[in-house]
Design a protein around this ligand. Structure first.
Ligand code: SF4
Ligand code: SF4
Ligand code: SF4
Ligand code: FES
Length: 417
């Protein structure tokens, strides 16, 4: 993976912008995510900070792992996105320098702001975190045995290894706060905001699977149902906007039973053997299964195994663990802009497919990983990203495999083990 560090403070970044700018955030969800500087979640943080400071963020984009010209050019040719890029006056690239150059070349008429500098290749392991092991020749770093921890690299190069000092920011003070009642308590919520998100932010967690902050809500999973005074039946909170005086019940026996049934039906119709699943503790479905104390299946098991798609170098699709939440499809449309995923078939045979139901490797996938990041279960996962912790041997060298900056490595002093 490429090790990049942040070169600008948040205040320096703001000096390059004006409040009239229409800003697009552009990032990549691979190396830069592990360097702590980019990826979908960091774009979300930066968007919140900028919007809170009165700037206009009109779009978030995800660049693929290979950072090739074609990916950038795609955005310019995509009908849906053309309008957005025509409007945009500033693009902030939370990615390595290579990706910044691509975006910069593709949009010479825009303010394309670089916030990072790349120092070379490195490794990541759970025990040691991110280390720079193969510095680029044009940096001040020598390759040293065991590599240089990213914090030390940041200090030596007078850059920053974390994101825009988000931890140091004052809590956001959103405008247009109104009173609503949630489970008998009065809270202040943003008028017109997403009800589920506002409840969560105020300490009323609502179970959800298909909702993700960066994506348009669809109400597909029915886990986030709540009661709202004056409305019939149960309402999907992820698709409901906050209105003044709203009285919401997020949990009672009826709601809990409804959610239980939804979960049990998912378990009955799919393969969820958590012991053999890569998602482990990160699985949102597994968390909900535990929270709802589901230990047996009232509806039995009605399930036909479907073959995995392992054709891609980077991504594995296991349809047996897919809950059809659609987050991957929306991520590919709304974040990656590739429109490479969709649903196929009908009824109980519905599955997520790539392209026109081609193997993943033959589809138009940009390997940006937006769908993998969005998937709440083990239905989509990275083939390899981590290095073995003990001997630093990669199971597959993912970053170098794709990246065209490898010729810049400081090979004379290469001591990567
Ligand atoms: S997707 Fe989640 S619930 Fe299903 S097997 Fe994997 S960890 Fe378990
Ligand atoms: S299928 Fe996934 S990895 Fe491929 S372009 Fe779409 S979002 Fe990116
Ligand atoms: S692959 Fe994952 S994100 Fe896509 S629909 Fe299935 S569970 Fe949802
Ligand atoms: S989270 Fe609201 S319906 Fe899925």
């Amino acid at each position: 993976m490429i090790i990049s560090l942040r070169t600008l403070t948040y205040d320096e970044l703001k000096e390059k912008l004006s409040r009239e700018d229409k800003i697009v955030l552009w990032s990549c969800d691979t190396c830069i995510r592990f360097s702590g500087l980019g990826g979908i979640s960091k774009m979300q943080i930066l968007e919140d900070m900028l919007v809170n400071d009165g700037y206009q963020v009109i779009r978030k984009e995800l660049l693929g792992i290979s950072c090739v010209d074609e990916l950038v050019e795609d955005r310019k040719l995509d009908d849906v996105k053309k309008e957005i890029f025509d409007q945009a006056t500033a693009i902030i690239v939370l990615a390595c320098e290579e990706a910044w150059e691509r975006v910069h070349l593709a949009f010479p008429d825009k303010k394309v702001i670089q916030v990072t500098r790349s120092f070379g290749f490195g490794n990541i392991s759970e025990e040691r975190g991110v280390h720079l092991t193969n510095p680029f020749q044009d940096t001040e770093f020598d390759a040293v045995p065991g590599g240089i921890p990213v914090e030390q690299a940041a200090k030596q190069s007078k850059t920053f290894h974390t994101f825009f000092d988000a931890d140091l920011q004052e809590p956001l003070q959103p405008a247009n706060l109104i009173e609503i009642t949630v489970d008998g308590k009065t809270i202040l919520a943003k008028e017109g905001a997403n009800l589920l998100e506002e409840c969560q932010a105020n300490g009323f967690p609502i179970p959800h699977l298909c909702h993700m902050k960066s994506l348009l809500p669809t109400g597909a999973c029915r886990m986030c149902l709540v009661k709202i005074k004056g409305r019939k039946g149960l309402v999907a909170s992820c698709c409901t906007l906050v209105q003044k005086g709203m009285q919401v019940i997020t949990e009672d026996d009826e709601i809990k039973e409804d959610r239980r049934i939804t979960l049990e039906l998912l378990l009955s119709s799919q393969e969820h053997n958590c012991l053999t699943c890569v998602k482990e503790e990160d699985c949102q479905l597994r968390t909900l299964i535990r929270e709802h104390s589901i230990v047996d299946l009232r509806f039995g098991k009605k399930f036909q195994p479907i073959p995995l798609d392992e054709s891609s170098d980077a991504i594995v699709k296991d349809p047996n663990r897919c809950i059809l939440c659609g987050r991957c499809v929306r991520a590919c449309d709304e974040i990656a802009g590739k429109h490479n995923l969709s649903f196929a078939h009908r009824g109980s045979r519905v599955i997520v497919v790539t392209g026109l139901n081609k193997p993943w490797a033959e589809s138009d996938c940009a390997t940006c990983m937006a769908c993998v990041y969005a998937c709440p279960t083990g239905a989509l996962y990275e083939k390899m990203l981590y290095f073995d912790g003990n001997d630093w041997k990669p199971r597959k060298l993912y970053g170098q495999y794709y990246c065209n900056r490898s010729h810049l490595i400081n090979t004379e002093k290469d001591t990567q083990k």
